[in-house]
Each structure stands twice: as C-alpha cells, then as structure tokens.
Design a protein around this ligand. Structure first.
Ligand code: FAD
Length: 606
C-alpha cells in the first residue's frame, strides 16, 4: 500500500544549486567521472531499483520477518533476489576505491544512493549498509594483505560485514567489554565471547560474513584503554578468499523486536573463533570510531528516510481523505466534504514533515561533502579541518535527525487517523522502524553528552566557533546578499539566524561556566542543548536553500513552482520550527536540582 518516488528534483537542487557538488568534484582528479550526465543516469537507475525492487518488499518483509533455525537465518522472501540484483548492478562498489574493485565515485554519491535505498526499505538496506562501515574500517586501519583479502569481496558485495560491539552487560559503556582474544603465536588470535544485537550478524544473502569485533587481549588494561579490534570471518578463507572451514562463530538466536523485523539482529557466540588484529593493540575503540562515525551518519540518514517515506504517503492521503469543511468556506463543493489537507492542523503536520525531510537531507548532504574532503585530502591539515567539522556535527545529525524522523513518522500516522494504526496502510510500520534510530549507534542521550561534553566543553568551544563562523559568514557575506536581488526577502531568514547563532554561543559559554560549579548540568542540559543546536543548524541550511531558490527563480523559469515551494517551506521553518529553540534554551539553562533532588528510594511508593 505504501508508495515511494525518489525525490530526484530535490536531490539535484541540493547537489547543483545549494552545495555546488560538481565544482567540488572538479577539485579532485579522482572524481573526474562524476559528471552531471553520469550522476543523473545513476540516480535514474537507482530510483528504479528502489521503487520497483525494494519498496514492494518493505511491508511483506515486516510481516514475514527473519526466520531462525538451528543457527541459520533466512531473510524474508525476495530479499536474497533483490540483494543479488544489487550486487550484479555494482551498487555496493559505487563509491569505493578502484584498487579493490570499486568504481571510485565520490562517497557523497554513495550517500544519495543509501538515502534512496533506505527510504524504500530500511531493513533491507541495513545488510549492505553495515558493510560500508566494515569496509571503511579495513580501508583505514587494515594491512595490505587484509585489504586485499577482505575489501575485494566486500566491495563486490559477495561478502557482507558487521560491527560487533555490544555485549549483554554493555552497549553504551564499552569499557565493560569481556570478549577475549588470545594470541596463537602465528599472527592469529582465538576470540571467545558473546555479542548481542548484531545487525546482519547472520543471514542467507552472502556466502561469508566478516565480523569486526571488539575484544580484550590477555593482561590488557581495564576499561576502554584495553580494547582491541579484530577481523573475524564467519567462514575461514585462504589469502585468495577461497572458503574453508566454519570458524566457530554461531548464531544463538535472533531478536523478536518492535520494528525493522526484516533486519536480522543476532546473538553471536564466538568460541575460539580465529581472527586477526586490525589496528594497534589496545586502540580498538579508537579504530572503531571510523566505523562508528560512518554508522552514525548512516543512522542520521534513517531519520531523513523515515521522514520522507511518511511524508510522501501522508501527503497523498491528506489530498484524498474527505472530512468536514474548511474553516474558511467549502473548497470542494461538489463533494460531501473537503479533503483533510485544507485543515490547518493537518497542514501543520505536513509542513513539519516536509521541513524535516528536506532540511534533514540538506544536513546529510553537507556532511557527505565533508566525507569526500576527508577521504581526498592531500594534506593532514586539510583532512583534520574537515574531520573536526564533521566530528562536531555528527552527534547533532545522528540524534536530532532521528528524533525528528520519528516525529515525522508519527505525524504521518496521525494524518491517517485511525487508519494509521492499522497495519495494512504501512504507517505504523514506519513509526516502529524509525523508533530504533534514536537508540542504536549511541542513544540520543549519549550523542548529546558527546556534543556538549566532548565537542563543546572539552574543546572550549573551538569546534562550535568554527561552525558558527561559517554560518555568520554566510549571513554577513555581501556577495550572498548582493547576488540576490531579493535582499529584503532574505532578511527574514538572515536576521533570526544571526541572532540564534549569537545566542548559541552565549548559552554555550554560560553552560561552560555553570558546569564548573556543578557537573550535573552537563547531563541535565545536554539533550535540550543538542536539540537546540539542531534547530539552528537546520535553520542555516533552510536559509541556504531559500537563497539558492531566490537565485534560481530569476533564471530557471520552468521550475519556478519548485523554488517558490522551497522559499515558502523555509518561511514555515523559521516561523514554526526555529522558535522551538526558545523552549529548549529555557530548560537547558535550569539548575539540575529539580531533576536530582528526589531520592531514588522515594521515586515510587509501591
Ligand atoms: C535492533 C538493534 C540493532 C543493533 N545493532 C547493533 C550492531 O549492529 N552492533 C552493535 O554492536 N550493537 C548494536 N545494537 C546495540 C545498540 O547500539 C545499543 O543497544 C545501544 O548503544 C544502547 O546500549 P544498551 O542497550 O546497552 O543501553 P544502556 O547502555 O544500558 O543504556 C540504557 C539507557 O541509559 C542511558 N545511559 C547510559 N549511560 C549513560 C550515561 N553515561 N549518561 C546518560 N545516560 C546514559 C542510555 O542513553 C539509555 O537510555 C543494536 C541494538 C538494537 C536494538
């Protein structure tokens, strides 16, 4: 019942007009193939694959779920076939380096592909999605032999990868990891322990699965400083990748869960499984950050995917469903009632969804451009600059966009009324599937602590200042305004944005001063602070989109309606969503006393 059309016009607007992707690609000779013609052709093919192959499996995959039988996992009907087509189409290799069989196209294009696939079918997209993180980890930290052996097959897509961090006693606090790695003296290690909640940990899509596993060497220091990273294949192989014996990695069960039911979430038992060390001893968590950052942006993308799918479907419904009359007089006099889209409350939900999916997409594409810059940097200084910027916005993208993705999914369900609650329509599935995005890859609370604790307070606001400088430059830049004949219209975005940025800096400073007196303020303020920051960051991109739309209005007569809609959505954002910062600012500055003063023993009298 659900429909999905890849939003190619919006994607192209961001790539061409807002972010200047093609002049960005021209800076890197490695990306010379990424011409507008080739990219357009890729998008068209990708859209077809998503609309015709992946979307039809979205609801059936949820209904059927994955089946577990004696250590084996069967994915829902059609998943294997679609994966086969995905591999044959070369989709997995699209934006990976040429040396291991990749097509060498920019990582940012890979992000657009992931968006389309993830919107059409998030559960399915998780299987190839997890592999990208594994590939990036091997690419960054692996030896030449490890790259040759693992990257070739992962790039083809004939093997997939996983990320094995979580154990029964710990998900957030990885310092508690117990899985052991004992050296065999020949460069291999015996890995023993239990990992839980491992996405794509076991399935029937590929002949082998490459697990990237956190474990402790004998006598390693306690806590996070004693964790190392290992590559542990499900099936052992020779250096050419020929499959050998099983490797004592067994799937104990898969989880019966709220959503993403077609994505297998496995308990994996490692029982003297043979693995090799990747990266230096006891630096596993640092190496794993490569994986986690990729995965965090990938999860932020889930927010946009949920928002987009919910929006597209609730918009269709809101135009068709008839109920009562518009408060300003009949809009549809020939029918018994007006469509619900005439009602301001329904319109508010739709506009919120639209602002979230388009604003969120812009945030992701901005980050994707930074990923290109990091990967292609010619000097350490350039790499560090882009990396710092990406590091600063990653927790905002992950937590803010997934929280808003969930809001949009909920709005979609609400627009369908009681029908939204009925499975057949698919809207409740979007809510169930979106719910996990605020939990895995670090909960919203943990992302918020990362932002306020590590990225703001620990750097004494350095990364915030770098980012706000960029925003203020956009606001002040004479060329921004002089290029724009609609200077007066842009002011309605520029002034509130400049004011919000100035407040952001002030509040951050005040929080830092308060934190010196009471550390609990970091934890009590952090989620509000992150959401507050997120609305300002999204405001920056809405202002940029409005500016590009004004410029294009003057030259691109054919698509004027598109640009007008952009500007009106930006107006909605500044009028109805940016003001949410006020409420977050109020609560984040409050003393933690009322949160903490009640003794845990007195929280209940049962
Ligand atoms: C469907 C699914 C798929 C997953 N896929 C993977 C995977 O592929 N690989 C993998 O390794 N893991 C995976 N996970 C695990 C996931 O990343 C963890 O569940 C998540 O990070 C939270 O850890 P936890 O469940 O142990 O919660 P806990 O760490 O026990 O946290 C419980 C609550 O306490 C809060 N909390 C904890 N510590 C603090 C603190 N210091 N300050 C403030 N609040 C705090 C948390 O925010 C949370 O609200 C998956 C989980 C699910 C459900």
């Amino acid at each position: 019942m659900l429909t999905y059309k890849a939003p190619v016009a919006d994607i192209n607007f961001l790539l061409k007009d807002v972010f200047g992707y093609y002049s960005h690609y021209e800076k890197f000779p490695e990306f010379e193939e990424a011409t507008p013609d080739l990219v357009d052709a890729i998008f068209q093919e990708c859209a077809k694959f998503c609309e015709n192959e992946l979307l039809p499996l979205y609801q059936s995959g949820d209904k059927e779920g994955c089946q577990f039988d004696n250590g084996n996992v069967t994915t829902p009907k059609g998943f294997k076939d679609a994966y086969q087509k995905y591999v044959e189409g070369g989709w997995q290799s699209l934006s990976h380096p040429l040396e291991h069989g990749g097509q060498g196209l920019p990582p940012s294009l890979g992000m657009v592909k992931s968006e389309m696939m993830g919107t059409a079918n998030w559960s399915w997209a998780m299987y190839p999605g997890l592999s990208h993180g594994a590939m990036n980890t091997v690419e960054t930290h692996g030896t030449k032999e490890q790259k040759e052996l693992y990257l070739t097959r992962l790039t083809e897509g004939t093997w997939t990868g996983t990320m094995c961090l979580t154990e029964p006693q710990c998900g957030t606090d990885l310092g508690q990891v117990k899985t052991k790695a004992v050296p065999n003296g020949d460069g291999t290690y015996n890995i023993t322990g239990t990992k839980i909640f491992i996405s794509a940990g076991e399935h029937d899509l590929t002949e082998n699965i490459i697990h990237i596993v956190l474990a402790r060497l004998p006598d390693a220091p306690a806590g996070t400083r004693g964790i190392s990273l290992f590559i542990v294949p499900k099936i052992q192989t020779d250096q050419q990748g020929n499959l050998g014996e099983g490797n004592n990695v067994t799937c104990g069960s898969i989880e019966d869960k709220m959503g993403i039911k077609a994505s297998a979430t496995a308990v994996l038992n490692f029982d003297n499984a043979q693995g090799v060390l990747i990266g230096p001893e006891n630096k596993g968590l640092e190496c794993m950050f490569t994986f986690m950052n990729t995965a965090r942006i990938g999860t932020a993308l889930q927010g946009v995917c949920s928002a987009e799918l919910a929006y597209q479907n609730s918009l269709i419904y809101a135009k068709e469903r008839l109920s009562m009359r518009s408060l300003t007089g009949k809009k549809n006099p020939e029918q018994v009632a007006d469509p619900i889209i005439v009602h301001p409350d329904v319109r508010k939900m739709l506009m919120t969804q639209k602002a979230i999916s388009e604003g969120g997409r812009a945030m992701i594409y901005y980050a994707a451009k930074l990923v290109d810059e990091i990967e292609m940097a010619k000097t350490e200084e350039d790499r560090q600059k882009a990396d710092d910027k990406l590091g600063f916005i990653t927790p905002i993208l992950k937590a803010f966009l997934t929280e808003l993705g969930l809001e949009s999914a909920n709005n979609g369900l609400q627009i369908f009324g009681g029908h939204g609650y009925i499975k057949e329509w698919g809207m409740e599935q979007i809510v169930r599937d979106a719910r996990i995005s605020t939990l895995y890859e670090g909960t919203t609370g943990i992302q918020a602590l990362d932002l306020l604790g590590r990225k703001i307070l620990l750097t004494r606001g350095k990364s915030l200042n770098t980012f706000t400088k960029e925003v203020l430059l956009f606001c002040k830049d004479k060329s921004v305004l002089s290029k724009n004949p609609h200077k007066r219209q842009m002011n309605k975005f520029i002034w509130p944005l400049s004011k919000a940025v100035a407040n952001w800096q002030q509040y951050s400073l005040r929080l830092a001063l308060k934190a010196k007196k009471n550390r609990d303020i970091v934890g009590s303020a952090s989620v509000d602070y992150l959401m507050y920051s997120g609305y300002i960051v999204m405001g920056y991109f809405w202002a940029q989109m409005a500016q590009s739309a004004y410029e294009k209005l003057a030259t691109d007569v054919e698509n004027r309606d598109f640009y007008r809609a952009k500007i009106k959505t930006a107006e909605f954002y500044f009028n109805r969503m940016l003001p949410r910062t006020k409420s977050h600012a109020k609560t984040m500055m409050e003393d933690p006393k009322t949160l903490m003063q009640l003794d845990p023993e007195l929280l209940s009298f049962l």
